[in-house]
Design a binder for this molecule. Structure first.
Ligand SMILES: [Zn+2]
Length: 457
């Protein structure tokens, strides 16, 4: 089956097709395959990163050789079919290199990735592939180096106005954020939704559009958009649903329930998350992914005021992976169970300087919740100073923050608790901005989708 690819292989001493920089004889020779047996993404999802990296390289080499053996000669026919095949190759190869990127990151070889990209820059001779390489480089600046400005400069090489690539547009929204008007953000979101063939993406970006409306205080319209997107996804047949899409669905319902203040929707969400958690255990997915789901379950239960159950999930989540943001929410559950001391201890143990603006906002709200419970002067002072430092560009959050701040300023230590009932209620009703909603949605801890299934050759 593979023998017909032999004449497209590099020579034994030439560098390998997969971009590793090693000689072919020391890398993919005799080992490359369609990946059907190796399943790089499955290994990744199970946390077997070194094995996933090797499998990914072998699959990549196989795919590039197939492209050279089949697609390239076929293109001379000038048919639409050959063009379609080229498009499939570009998408599939970009997905594979995306997975390769994660494997480099997880195996501590992040610094090697840019030169790997250099070696893969001409794997396909097409401007769309060159844009993909630009994108992957910009993504590396953002995720591995946490350098938004360099990421923005890198992605700006692409002609954004005519770009139809959903992934490039998503990255562009993320790194150009605050540089764009609301109108342009919406226009780009629409272009992403229009051009994606993945149902999970359609759901994710339609929901983002809804959230964007909520953030400018158009909550009714925003919720309608989110509701329609979740309804559409739920109507899909099983084969069009993916684990990644199901996670997006649960997350979307969770946000919808919180914005509407609808306990029934949140209860439905809990069932969805529990099903995902069951899957996580069955499939042997990573603990870091389990931690993400358990934190979400804690958030849902907190919304329903079932704080004992919420504490259990947060603690389990922290045992799976020790994440400061989870502690921000665990502290609230403690406080709501009248254990201000544990809540305060937890908040004090956090290094908030590392937080991005969304997480910092959540952190400030947790201090405000603690302060309204304890009414201690030092808690009130910390809450006020944290809220003053919390930045946001969104009218919804600016309004909320300022109203909380004003009420806190009026709250004196000896004030009777009944007088701040409204404040306590509104603090427990706000919707968290996390995870970074306009972010690229790539979290190295989340599972990755099955690449083979989408682009079966
Ligand atoms: Zn190789």
């Amino acid at each position: 089956m593979i023998s017909h690819l032999k004449k497209y292989e590099p020579k034994r001493n030439e560098i390998c097709t997969c971009g590793s920089g090693r000689k072919f004889k020391k890398c993919c020779i005799g080992a490359y395959s369609s990946g059907a047996q190796e399943r790089a993404f499955e290994k990744y999802n199970k946390g077997l990163y070194a094995e996933a990296l090797t499998a990914c390289r072998h699959h990549l080499t196989w795919y590039i050789l197939c492209h050279n053996a089949h697609t390239v000669p076929f293109l001379s026919s000038g048919t639409k079919k050959s063009q379609d095949l080229l498009t499939i190759d570009i998408e599939a190869l970009a997905d594979l290199v995306g997975l390769l990127h994660r494997c480099y990151f997880k195996t501590g070889q992040s610094e090697e990735f840019p030169s790997t990209l250099d070696r893969l820059a001409n794997a396909i001779d097409d401007p769309r592939w060159r844009d993909k390489v630009v994108y992957l480089r910009a993504l590396w600046w953002l995720l591995d180096k946490n350098d938004r400005n360099s990421s923005f400069s890198a992605v700006s090489v692409v002609d954004i106005e005519s770009c139809k690539d959903p992934e490039i547009l998503t990255l562009y929204i993320d790194v150009s954020f605050q540089k764009q008007s609301f109108k342009i953000t919406l226009e780009i979101l629409d272009r992403i939704i229009e051009n994606t063939h993945k149902e999970s993406y359609k759901l994710q970006y339609t929901v983002l559009k809804g959230i964007a409306y909520c953030l400018i205080n158009e909550v009714d319209q925003g919720c309608e958009i989110i509701k329609e997107a979740t309804d559409n996804y739920q109507k899909l047949s099983d084969e069009n649903r993916t684990p990644y899409g199901d996670h997006q669905l649960a997350h979307s319902l969770h946000i919808l329930g919180e914005f509407l203040g609808d306990g029934n929707i949140v209860r439905e969400t809990i069932a969805q998350y529990e099903a995902i958690l069951h899957d996580v255990e069955k499939q042997g997915y990573t603990e870091a992914y389990a931690a993400v789901i358990k934190k979400s379950l804690g958030d849902c239960l907190s919304f329903l005021k079932e704080y004992h159950e919420a504490v259990k999930y947060y603690q389990e989540s922290l045992r799976d992976e020790n994440v400061d943001l989870t502690k921000v929410f665990l502290s609230r559950a403690y406080v709501n169970l009248s254990d201000s001391e544990s809540g305060r201890g937890l908040l004090k143990s956090i290094d908030a300087a590392q937080f991005d603006e969304n997480s910092h906002y959540d952190y400030a709200i947790s201090w405000a919740i603690l302060a309204t419970h304890s009414l201690l002067p030092e808690d009130l002072e910390t809450a006020k100073s944290q809220l003053k430092q919390a930045e946001s560009n969104w009218p919804l959050f600016i309004g909320q923050r300022d109203s909380i701040l004003i009420q806190l300023l009026e709250t004196v230590p000896k004030k009777p608790k009944s007088a701040i009932k409204d404040l306590v209620r509104s603090l427990n009703r706000y919707v968290s901005l996390n995870p970074n909603l306009f972010g690229v949605g790539i979290n190295f801890n989340k599972i990755v989708e099955d690449i083979d299934r989408k682009h079966a050759r």
